[in-house]
Design a protein. Structure first.
Ligand SMILES: [Zn+2]
Ligand SMILES: [Zn+2]
Length: 286
């Protein structure tokens, strides 16, 4: 894919004062929420904020803000909203309701771990779960699970649940007994045959890969909810500073242009002639 270039994009930027008003309101909210010692580190200096417009590969044109104007928007690492993790360079989220379903992606890296404790499940089944199924899967005691932040092959982040609290990536996945896997394969094939709606094509292929890999736990792939909503920045336009500043071009125009070599030589000749003349006058006085 070619590097995005600065160009005139369709449509117009929003009125600057409107954007500035929103930013000032956000800064005021942050001041209310955060202790004063943090302000200098967390609250952006609006005088340094630069406005851009970007065109994405979904066709949408969005306005974005960066600190200073040296880094064009496709070189900034924007964040996705669910986990606040950095997207690969050149990508931004643009939510479309008709985006495709999330795809399965292979887990490349296991990152940070956190534990979450859940209260005991209610005795009554949730949603429309069959009461018999519910009695088998419900937790009648509070329980704790370990969640790991994982990096997927597409470059996006998700969370995956570990099979147990003491599991670490070094332990590797645990695989089911081969005979049991064979039995499960037959059971799934039968279930899909009798109920074609049981799983979508995507989930069925995922199940087949799991079975072919010996039913690993934890699973080695994860649905990526970012992929369907992520877009590439195709082009961008400089809009200007959020807070107007004196234009550099005007300052430069007022400065006297640098003289050429020949002009300097002529000035030197005149100065030397003048010096010679003054020395002759001095001689005469003496
Ligand atoms: Zn879009
Ligand atoms: Zn992804």
């Amino acid at each position: 894919m070619s590097t995005p270039t600065p160009q005139r994009l369709p449509g117009r930027a929003r009125p600057r004062k409107e954007v500035l008003g929103e930013c000032e309101a956000e800064v005021a909210r942050m001041r209310e929420r955060l202790p004063q010692v943090l302000w200098a580190f967390v609250i952006p200096d609006l005088a340094l904020v630069f406005r851009w417009r970007v065109q994405l590969d979904c066709g949408c044109v969005l306005e974005v803000l960066t600190r200073e104007d040296e880094t064009p928007p496709h070189e900034v690492q924007w964040q996705e909203h669910a986990h606040g993790s950095d997207l690969p360079h050149g990508q931004m989220i643009c939510w479309h309701d008709d985006s495709p379903a999330p795809p399965y992606r292979v887990i490349d890296e296991w990152g940070e771990r956190r534990e979450v404790t859940f209260p005991a499940d209610p005795v009554e089944p949730r949603d429309d779960t069959d009461p018999k199924v519910w009695s088998l899967i419900r937790h009648d005691e509070p329980h704790t699970s370990a969640f790991w932040r994982v990096k997927l092959a597409c470059g996006h982040s998700e969370e995956a649940v570990a099979p147990s609290l003491d599991w670490t990536p070094a332990s590797g996945p645990h695989r089911a007994d081969p005979q049991r896997v064979q039995q499960m394969s037959a059971e799934f094939e039968e279930a899909w045959r009798t109920n074609p709606e049981l799983q979508t094509q995507r989930d069925r292929e995922h199940t087949r890969r799991m079975l072919a890999d010996g039913w690993p736990s934890p699973q080695l792939e994860r649905l990526c909810y970012t992929c369907p909503q992520v877009r590439m920045i195709m082009a961008y336009e400089r809009v200007g500073w959020l807070v107007p500043r004196p234009r550099k071009t005007e300052t430069r125009a007022r400065v006297t242009p640098r003289p050429s070599r020949s002009a300097l030589e002529r000035r030197l000749q005149r100065a030397e002639a003048e010096a010679k003349h003054l020395r002759a006058e001095l001689d005469q006085l003496e």
